[in-house]
Write a protein that binds this ligand. Structure first.
Ligand code: FES
Length: 363
């Protein structure tokens, strides 16, 4: 007779509530969906309770556990929805609040004793919709400078040197250089002798180098002058070939004038040659080997001191090795009446040149 009827979810929930209350089963007309309970407004602490509960078995309402009764299906569903809402993120939290509101009113006091929740969670719930995750909680805990183990990255960050402060111009302020210690400073007492030795060596080397360069310069200058002197030939400063010896009246007959022997190498003589009185200029060179004969007034002859050759007053050789008579220079009467001798021309007796009028002046 009893016909097996398929129960809906609402019926299952109603049966579960009945069992939990231990009372009679309400009529089916009283059945209402759990989601339609408008009187049950979720308190602000409901999301925190759901979040702190997580997906652990502790999410089970304490009222059910405190009584030692078996959790009802409604609690199980509420816990499942709470877990689903936590997995869906913060955007899904309002949606998860609705199933939580379906909790019976008797379960609300069970949420209050959760005073042993983490202290950091309460300020976050009071501040409103601020998102709090595990990393932010850890950062806040580490910011409190509590001693304890740190990660490698944190240790490296703490070991980093402090960034130098920047000046007003925006440049990095460089710390001042520390003062040099005494042992690093130069010792003046020990450097002085070394400096003196260096100075002495410098002067010594400089003196030798200076002397060497001076000698080299002097030698080079002398060599330059010698080369220049070699490039230019000697210039003979001979007396002019033509010169005047005076007027014919200055030379009396039979007199040999010797005052021109040293300067001009001539003997002006007023002699008679082949029956003609002449003033001639005799050359003072021996015809033997070129020596200079001497006039011997006492002996009235020219005598060569080299080999003894003797010449008469007119220059004819008569003794000694001289092979020929003494030579004559050209002579003439100049425009001013003076006798002018020309040594560029000579006349020899053996060649018959003495008969040339250019070699005598008739008086
Ligand atoms: Fe005059 Fe010999 S050089 S005699």
């Amino acid at each position: 007779m009893a016909e097996k009827k398929k129960l809906s979810t609402a019926d299952i929930l109603a049966a579960a509530r009945k069992n939990a209350a231990g009372g009679a089963t309400p009529p089916p007309a009283e059945k209402q969906p759990a989601a339609d309970a408008p009187a049950e407004v979720t308190p602000p602490s409901a999301p925190i309770a759901a979040e702190s509960a997580g997906d652990s078995p502790a999410a089970t309402p304490k009222s059910a556990r405190a009584g030692g009764a078996k959790p009802s299906v409604a609690d199980i569903l509420a816990a499942a929805r709470a877990n689903k809402a936590a997995a869906g993120g913060a955007a899904a939290q309002p949606a998860a609040a609705k199933p939580a509101a379906a909790k019976p009113a008797a379960e609300k006091p069970a949420a209050k004793p959760k005073a042993d929740k983490p202290a950091a969670a309460k300020p976050a719930a009071a501040s409103g919709p601020a998102v709090r995750d595990t990393s932010s909680i850890l950062a806040a805990a580490r910011a409190a400078s509590k001693p304890g183990p740190v990660s490698k990255s944190e240790a490296a960050a703490r070991a980093k040197p402090a960034v130098p402060a920047k000046s007003a111009k925006g440049e990095s302020a460089v710390p001042p250089m520390p003062a040099k210690p005494d042992y690093a400073k130069p010792k003046a007492t020990k450097e002085a002798p070394q400096e003196e030795r260096r100075f002495f060596l410098g002067v010594l080397v400089g003196s030798f180098l200076g002397l060497g360069f001076s000698t080299l310069s002097a030698t080079g200058g002398l060599w330059t002058l010698a080369v220049l002197r070699y490039m230019f030939p000697n210039v003979l400063t001979e007396p002019p070939s033509k010169f005047k010896i005076g007027f014919p009246s200055d030379f009396p007959p039979g007199v040999v004038e010797e005052k021109f022997k040293a300067q001009f190498g001539i003997w002006p003589v007023n002699v008679e040659y082949k029956g003609q009185r002449q003033i001639v200029a005799i050359k003072t060179v021996c015809t033997h080997l070129g020596c200079t004969p001497n006039w011997l007034e006492a002996e009235q002859k020219f005598k060569c001191p080299c080999h003894g050759s003797g010449f008469y007053k007119d220059g004819i050789n008569f003794e000694g090795p001289a092979p020929r008579p003494l030579e004559r220079y050209a002579i003439r009467l100049a425009d001013d009446g003076q006798l002018e001798v020309d040594k560029s021309r000579t006349f020899q007796e053996e060649l018959g040149q003495w008969s040339d009028a250019s070699c005598f002046v008739s008086v």
